[in-house]
Design a binder for this molecule. Structure first.
Ligand code: CP
Length: 308
């Protein structure tokens, strides 16, 4: 029997294929049947040390729709971190105020450290350039919905694959489903070797290219990502790759792609996807963002043991 009760959700590699499918099934039920107050009396601490629109607000909405309450912060500057308090001390205090922690942090490994420091469950809402597992559940839910299945798809990851934590987590997750992967990036933003080695150990067939044109006709899914200016230590390096990929309706009209190609993006977008793309049959990124509610309702309810 599958149970996620009290499970920390830190890396997508900690979640089995069966658990992924279980979460997606319950998310579908949540979306179809609507929310009920199964988390009445529970408190979520939303600890956001980095900016967020979708993840923070959808976790907050999900918790409130299930009858729970939300505390927390969305800016490091308003916390005692600025007085020098360590993350470990902060979360050891906060665990006494709540039932579950959702953490976004600019440091890789911050969620793991938090999970190792407290006794309540911890959900990683993005740690530096490492992983973003709850976005991955949203992505998988969307892919399953728009393609009807997850098995044996060709997926292209476009853009910032070095710092793109959503791409890292999704590539790992799709390795469970026989995906063929195309990593499309400039040389300076290639997916790090560690990720490729893990994919190789999982027998994933992958290709690394610089140009979308080289592989566009093969793709069922194109996962577009923003080049993350904030992660570059050298602004000159950012300027070299800024705006290197620009999807738009005119670009798609010229590109050789499958008719039923779907384009996902974790958002926010900057200049890599033009608004002219929004009304094409390819675009599913707004639908994807809205799926954050049933998926995060499911994660909160299963980890807190309200659904077993
Ligand atoms: N997709 C995503 O993580 O968006 P936010 O940074 O707005 O939460």
């Amino acid at each position: 029997m599958i149970s996620l009760k009290n499970k920390d959700i830190i890396s997508i590699l900690d979640v089995t294929k069966e658990e992924i499918l279980y979460i997606l099934d319950i998310s579908k039920r949540m979306e179809e049947e609507g929310s009920s107050e199964i988390l009445n009396g529970k408190v979520l601490a939303n600890l956001f040390f980095e900016p967020s629109t979708r993840t923070r607000i959808s976790f907050e909405t999900a918790m409130k729709r299930l009858g729970g309450q939300v505390v927390g912060f969305d800016e490091l500057g308003t916390t005692s971190t600025v007085k020098g308090e360590s993350l470990r001390d902060s979360v050891k205090i906060i665990e006494g105020y709540c039932d579950i922690i959702v953490l976004r942090h600019f440091l890789e490994g911050a969620s793991r450290l938090t999970a190792d420091s407290v006794t309540i469950p911890v959900i990683n809402a993005g740690d530096g350039a490492s992983q973003h597992p709850t976005q991955t559940f949203v992505d998988l839910y969307t892919i399953k919905k728009v393609k009807g299945e997850l098995e044996n798809l060709s997926i292209g990851f476009l853009g910032d694959l070095k710092y793109g934590r959503t791409a890292h987590s999704l590539a790992y997750a799709m390795s469970n489903f026989g995906a063929e992967m195309y990593f499309i990036s400039p040389p300076s933003l290639r997916i790090p070797k560690d990720y490729l080695e893990e994919l190789e150990s999982r027998n994933v067939t992958y290709h690394e290219v610089e140009s979308l044109n080289e592989v566009s006709s093969k793709l069922d899914i194109l996962y577009c990502t923003r080049i993350q200016k904030e992660r570059f230590s050298d602004p000159v390096e950012y300027e070299k790759v800024r705006g290197i990929y620009k999807l738009s309706k005119p670009v798609m009209d010229e590109l050789d792609v499958k008719e039923d190609l779907k384009i996902l993006h974790p958002l926010p977008r900057v200049d890599e996807m033009d608004e002219s793309l929004d009304d094409t049959s390819y675009a599913v990124y707004f639908q994807q963002a809205h799926s954050g509610i049933p998926v995060r309702e499911t994660l909160l309810a299963t980890v807190l043991g309200a659904i077993q």
